[in-house]
Design a protein around this ligand. Structure first.
Ligand code: BGC
Length: 815
């Protein structure tokens, strides 16, 4: 009551005292809230309570729910379907009404009689995905393709990512959309997950911080986000039917932790539950996940929606299943999954039936409705926002160019091969992907951008000339192969068809030899694409294909014989094998899938206009099999797995490699620069910890080029109550652009939860007593400064509820 009074005081815009008697001043009349409530505004043709924006959203929602009938309630609890989609043909119908924003993924129902509009939701996460063209319309509706999630996280720069969020949010709002379906923040459990490119990292803290930064940016526009896919959607194979068996500790420390950080730091308007089961329960039906953990423990305030057809065991989106079956709506709604997307008629019928037979109580659905209506009332649609359909795409192209350059990771740079700026000869550029750069992955995460700058275009823009003979061989080949590949994909499922690699153009050795004579340097691009509904393979994907190895071998031999250098550019969305070939080349640049300005961004790094400062957000193993999580990858039976056991427990990514001393090809947190940095003065605010500790470190640019560095703080905790990883990332900070000789002191703070481990048999996050080692470095294996602090007595940070009981007995890996 207090909060609502206060907000009325603010909204009414007149000077009022904080006193119930004179909170509102209208026609110079002071009335009480109760008088106001019972004043029948409607009789005078005025506002209903829910329409009165001077009231709090809570009060308006309450009034609105009282006015809804069962049919309207059921409509609001399911989405509007996919506008224009025909379930018979599984195609969008030609000429069909695609709704307010064609290409959006769905929305909520409008209630015309009450003036409640439909709220529009559209994918994400690398930018807004809507149709770029509309029937009978000459205007275009392109959106900016930003770098994929993995690339964004590789910047380790929350401020920059917040700016990307602001730009994306502006496009969402200006194209008439209310909620972006992103960011995606599942953990990179295994390098082969087909959607890893959409996700940030194998580390939950880094994922949580980056997600919070982008959400705060997007939502600063007054539009919403949907953080997805909650949770443990770590594979695409049978994603709608796979039962992930995960211990409560691994869930809380690894798979849930990033979401927790995000919820607490950014309050996303919505969260999307995932398709899979966790320990025998669909996440969209899990009260443990959606109510106990998400709301009661973390304080999430928004709504939860299902993923599209979540709750149907139907990986191929079989129309017969969708037409004839119905998800367990009662279980989903009462678990805290408020909105069923995209919404099917059968679900609505089932909701009405269950309201009538008492399985769905009014109390339960009113809670769901309250969350839905709260979102509707604060949406641009409700406020009748006059969107322009003209976001500033030019300005956003600059944003994406800048962030993609900062996301680029320099994996290798022998003898300062890069930067390279000589324009005295034309560049010999090899690899199909150089000529057809990949901006981002496929599936719902794909963006319809107006253009993609290829690497040859970017290099040309930077003033290089490209070898014409190579260009004349590659361009027609790539074009022809690309047309074939697009036609194949169109036939095999369109947006959801898994992309296939185009084999490298075969070049005879004499052609390569000639280029080694005429060009000063060789660039080779290796490309990879993947996307929703399929995972990657080990052969010819994680491992390079024979034609790619041949290309690297032949080019390296020819150029090295002439004393010339070879640079490999990895235009990829996920981890690949590098150990077997990295010694053959002089430099390796990893720009990931860098968005629509990719070619320009990479050229900026090659020329040295931008000094690379990206760092790996995951481990690059020597062999695919090296990580513990690969032992139980995909589950069983292999062809159509129904069950997967996360036996590696918390030992995901570097937590496994570092603790079990498995040497990676490139470790978590790794990334070089054109300059060098010195770390000094590691200082702790105290030698003993009570509830917080500040750690500062000074970073000095000791090289000759301006650059940025990421200070990565790892913590090695005593292992009294449970086994723990050797070290874990607990904080990070990025410097400004430091000029040669310039220093900056970075201060990082750790709180009690950062020190704690989850102890399952105590249902608590506990900090062990003992000595904690603070390790600050430039990667997880390159620690520059160390210090320690101690804790006298064990601290119980947080008691949790018993949740997520196993439906299959197994024990987590321990060291
Ligand atoms: C994807 C989601 C996406 C939704 C709507 C699903 O297939 O898993 O990430 O937001 O479709 O397009």
């Amino acid at each position: 009551m207090k909060a609502s009074l206060l907000s009325i005081l603010i909204i009414s815009g007149v000077s009022c005292k904080n006193n119930q008697k004179d909170y509102e001043k209208e026609d110079n009349q002071l009335i009480t809230l109760n008088e106001y409530r019972f004043k029948d505004l409607n009789k005078n043709g005025e506002l209903d309570l829910y329409e009165d924006s001077r009231l709090t959203i809570e009060e308006r929602v309450k009034d609105l729910i009282d006015k809804l009938n069962d049919e309207e309630k059921a409509s609001l609890l399911i989405g509007i379907g996919m506008p224009g989609f025909d379930w018979e043909t599984m195609q969008f119908m030609a000429g069909a009404d695609l709704g307010k924003v064609p290409g959006a993924a769905g929305g909520t129902h409008k209630i015309k009689r009450l003036g409640i509009p439909s709220v529009i939701v559209a994918d994400g996460p690398a930018g807004l995905r809507i149709n770029p063209e509309r029937d009978n319309d000459t205007i275009t509706y392109y959106a900016t393709a930003f770098p994929v999630g993995t690339a964004l996280a590789s910047t380790w720069n929350e401020k920059l990512i917040n700016n990307v969020g602001k730009a994306i949010g502006n496009e969402v709002k200006e194209y008439g959309v209310d909620v972006l379906l992103g960011p995606g923040m599942n953990i990179h459990r295994n390098p082969l997950c087909g959607r890893n490119f959409e996700y940030y990292s194998e580390d939950p803290m880094l994922s949580g911080k980056i997600a919070a930064a982008i959400i705060n940016g997007i939502q600063s526009n007054g539009v919403g986000t949907s953080v997805k896919h909650f949770v443990a959607n770590n594979q695409e194979r049978n994603r709608m039917g796979i039962n992930a068996h995960v211990s409560e500790r691994a869930m809380r420390e690894i798979y849930l932790r990033g979401f927790e950080i995000t919820v607490k730091n950014a309050q996303p308007w919505t969260i999307m539950s995932s398709y899979n089961f966790v320990n025998g329960t669909y996440t969209s039906s899990s009260k443990d996940l959606l109510t106990t953990i998400l709301r009661d423990e973390w304080g999430f305030k928004g709504l939860v929606m299902t993923d599209w057809f979540g709750g149907y065991n139907n990986s191929g989106f079989n129309p017969n299943i969708l037409k004839n079956e119905v998800s367990d709506v009662t279980k989903q709604l009462t678990a805290g999954n408020d909105l069923l997307m995209p919404g099917l008629t059968k679900q609505k019928e089932s909701i009405i039936k269950n309201i009538k037979n008492g399985n769905l109580t009014n109390e339960a659905i009113d809670t769901n409705l309250k969350r839905i209506l709260e979102l509707v009332l604060k949406s641009p649609a409700m406020n009748n926002y006059k969107y322009s359909n003209k976001p500033n795409l030019k300005e956003h192209a600059e944003v994406t160019r800048q962030v993609a350059a900062e996301a680029t990771i320099l994996l290798k740079n022998d003898n300062n091969t890069l930067p390279f700026n000589s324009k005295s000869s034309s560049l010999a550029v090899f690899g199909n992907t150089t000529y057809n750069f990949i901006a981002g992955g496929t599936g719902s995460g794909d963006v319809n951008e107006a253009y993609t700058v290829s690497l040859i275009e970017g290099l040309t823009n930077a003033g290089f000339s490209i070898d014409k003979e190579l260009e004349s061989k590659y361009l027609p080949y790539v074009k022809e192969q690309n047309i074939k590949e697009m036609a194949r994909r169109e036939k095999e499922g369109g947006l959801l068809a898994v992309p296939k690699r185009i084999p490298e153009l075969e070049l005879d050795k004499s052609t390569i030899q000639n280029k080694a004579n005429s060009s000063e340097i060789a660039l080779i691009t290796i490309g990879r694409n993947a996307g929703e509904s399929g995972d990657r393979e080990i052969t010819n994907d994680f491992n390079l294909a024979k034609d790619e190895i041949n290309l690297i071998n032949n080019v390296s031999e020819a150029f090295h014989a002439k004393g010339k250098k070879v640079v490999v550019i990895l235009n990829i969305g996920g981890v690949i094998e590098t150990a077997s070939w990295k010694d053959k080349v002089d430099a390796i640049l990893l720009p990931w899938q860098p968005g629509q300005e990719g070619g320009n961004s990479v050229a900026d790094v090659i020329t040295g206009k931008v000094n690379p400062s990206g760092k790996l957000t995951m481990t690059f193993p020597v062999n695919y099999e090296d990580a513990a999580a690969t032992k139980n990858w995909i589950g069983a039976p292999a062809e159509n797995p129904t069950s997967v056991t996360y036996e590696e427990g918390i030992y995901v990514g570097y937590r496994y490699f570092n603790t079990f001393n498995v040497k990676p090809s490139y470790e978590f947190g790794y990334g070089l620069s054109y300059t060098s940095f010195d770390y000094s003065n590691l200082t702790l605010s105290s030698k003993t910890f009570t509830d917080k500790i500040s750690i500062s470190v000074t970073i000095t640019n000791t090289g000759k080029t301006a650059g940025k560095e990421v200070a990565e703080l790892y913590l090695s905790a005593p292992e009294k109550s449970i086994d723990k990883p050797r070290e874990e990332l607990k904080a990070f900070g990025k410097t400004n652009l430091l000029q040669p000789g310039e220093s900056q002191t970075i201060t990082l703070t750790l709180n009690t939860k950062d020190l704690a481990s989850f102890i399952p048999n105590k249902n608590a996050w506990i900090v062990d007593a003992g000595t904690y080692k603070v390790l600050v470095g430039t990667s997880s294996l390159n620690i520059k400064q160390k210090a320690q602090f101690s804790i006298e007595n064990e601290l119980i940070v947080e008691k949790t509820n018993p949740t997520l009981a196993l439906d299959l007995q197994f024990t987590d890996l321990k060291h």
